[in-house]
Design a protein around this ligand. Structure first.
Ligand code: NAD
Ligand code: WQD
Length: 338
């Protein structure tokens, strides 16, 4: 198939483009590079031995998007493009709603107009909000507690309404847990701009000397070691989950929802210690106050993806840290030179 990947130069997008190319698909990427670099795609091309077509454009520009559908005969779309920082979304809700919702509406309208009605969407575990018991199961009521998460929930609603209104649509809503790690080649990986919001990129920058120490946000939670538990998933497993979901929905119309996670929780300190093992030395850290909005613990019930897609995670927390470290060590400033 020829797959349009929005946000395909980003962290999860670039790994998924590689998996798609390796699975024999043709790939067209659109991205406005607001949080990524075209260098990721150049390296994906090196790894795959063939390249994806690239168009630098913003999804809020409907006519630019239309011209991509005019130029390429697209069979299906994987939609990653969006802003994703929870804290920033609380400060700048209008930017988040505009970018994520308008961008998605433009995409869906262009798809409909061109008769392309298969889409795999990047949702997030954050849609489960704060009131659900763990592990999270797809059939639970959702209700995000921050503007970023609400954009994901609202896009899920839009896609659900679309699937209900028109049975020609094939829709996958993928709720990712905590993606970490990098391709084992060390050539592509996560390249956050500024101070990393997420745990593993922060630890990696401490390890490479860009940050003094890790601040562990809260050591007094009701968990085995007092720090929060999360369901970390290797980005290569996640990328393969997209290929599996795409294969499944291409053959079946309707709206399908899957958690993509490992089904088990790992604490902040366990993650730090696994990263120290990968690096081969202890890393400085300090336990500080809780971060507002953090939940003590959550992980996926990952059984639906296994049953429907024959997909499950294959890589351990140790492999996530080894691969993330290889990427960070070889590229201390990410895709930039300094
Ligand atoms: P990322 O920032 O690396 O990738 C997103 C890409 O979208 C970037 O390359 C950015 O330049 C592009 N983009 C943003 N707005 C755009 C627009 N209007 N037009 C064109 N391109 C635009 O993030 P990621 O970690 O690869 O996440 C990919 C998707 O998965 C996002 O939708 C994110 O919300 C979702 N997600 C991420 C995580 C995570 O922890 N990384 C977890 C759950 C869900
Ligand atoms: C993990 C744990 C922190 C940084 C976020 C989004 C979620 C999804 C995945 C997009 C928590 C602790 C972190 C640090 C720390 N993204 N931590 N020191 O918050 O589970 O999920 O990313 O959809 O929507 O909210 O991930 O990596 O930020 O935090 O102690 O410097 O690490 O408190 O317990 P989170 P995270």
């Amino acid at each position: 198939m020829r797959i349009l990947v929005t946000g395909g130069t980003g962290y999860i997008g670039s790994h998924t483009v590689l998996s798609l190319l390796e699975s024999g698909h043709e790939v067209v990427v659109v991205d406005n590079l607001v949080n990524s670099s075209e260098e990721s795609l150049r390296r994906v091309g090196e790894l795959a031995g063939r390249t994806a077509a690239f168009h630098e454009l913003d999804l809020v520009d409907e006519s630019a998007l239309e011209s991509v559908f005019d130029q390429h005969s697209i069979d299906a779309v994987i939609h990653f493009a969006g802003l994703k920082a929870v804290g920033e979304s609380v400060q700048e809700p209008l930017s988040y709603y505009y970018n994520n919702i308008v961008g998605t509406l433009n995409l869906l309208r262009a798809m409909d107009k061109h008769g392309v009605r298969s889409i795999v969407f990047s949702s997030s575990a954050t849609v489960y909000g704060e009131h659900n018991p763990i592990p999270y199961v797809e059939k639970m009521e959702i209700g995000a507690n921050n503007p970023y998460g609400r954009t994901k929930e609202q896009i899920e609603d839009i896609l659900t309404d679309l699937g209900a209104a028109d049975e020609r649509w094939h829709i996958a809503l993928l709720r990712y847990f905590n993606p970490v790690g990098a391709h084992p080649s060390g050539k592509i990986g996560e390249d956050p701009q500024g101070i990393p919001n997420n745990l593993v990129p922060f630890i990696a920058q401490v390890a490479v000397g860009r940050r003094e120490k890790l601040m562990v946000f809260g050591g007094d939670y009701d968990t085995p070691d007092g720090t929060c538990l999360r369901d970390y998933i290797h980005v290569v497993d996640l990328a393969q989950g997209h290929v599996a979901a795409l294969d499944y929905v291409s053959a079946r119309p309707g709206v399908h929802r899957w958690n993509l996670g490992s089904g088990k929780g790992t604490s902040v300190l366990e993650m730090l210690h696994a990263f120290e093992q990968a690096v081969g030395r202890p890393l400085p850290y300090e336990i500080t106050g809780r971060r507002s909005g953090d939940l003590p613990a959550f992980w996926a019930d990952a059984s639906s993806a296994l049953a429907d897609l024959s997909w499950s995670t294959t890589k351990s927390v140790e492999q996530m840290c080894e691969d993330h470290w290889r990427w960070q060590k070889n590229n201390p400033f990410g895709y930039r030179q300094s």
